[in-house]
Write a protein that binds this ligand. Sequence first.
Ligand SMILES: [Zn+2]
Length: 128
Amino acid sequence: MTEVSKLDWRTLIKAAPETPPETITALDKYFEPFAQPALKMVNDKPDLGDQPCLKCDEPQTGLLASMFGKGGFTWGLAHGEGHCRNCHWPARAYHFIKHEDGSDLCTLRGVILQYHPDYVTERKTDAA
Ligand SMILES: [Zn+2]
């Protein structure tokens, strides 16, 4: 596996200059376990493209994943969680982000973020 950076959520979400520091802290905390996806700029907006898997490089979304069954994000049992169909690397696609007091901050749906290797413990026995 190549070196993977931790996600900088500022590459995905634009925080307004007046965003309170506690909101920034909550976002920092929430996004900490995720890896930085490769972003392309499309019409001046960051675009996740078909999101090659950080472990096996198979696309997580898009035409290749959906039509040809290569890679692809597969839903897991836990709500919003899933994994790469090819190598089972874990990811989350629904993000329910909360303030420190538990109130809702924001929700991102359908944004597949793979976990950073620091936060993944591989099982010793792999059924595949
Ligand atoms: Zn994979």
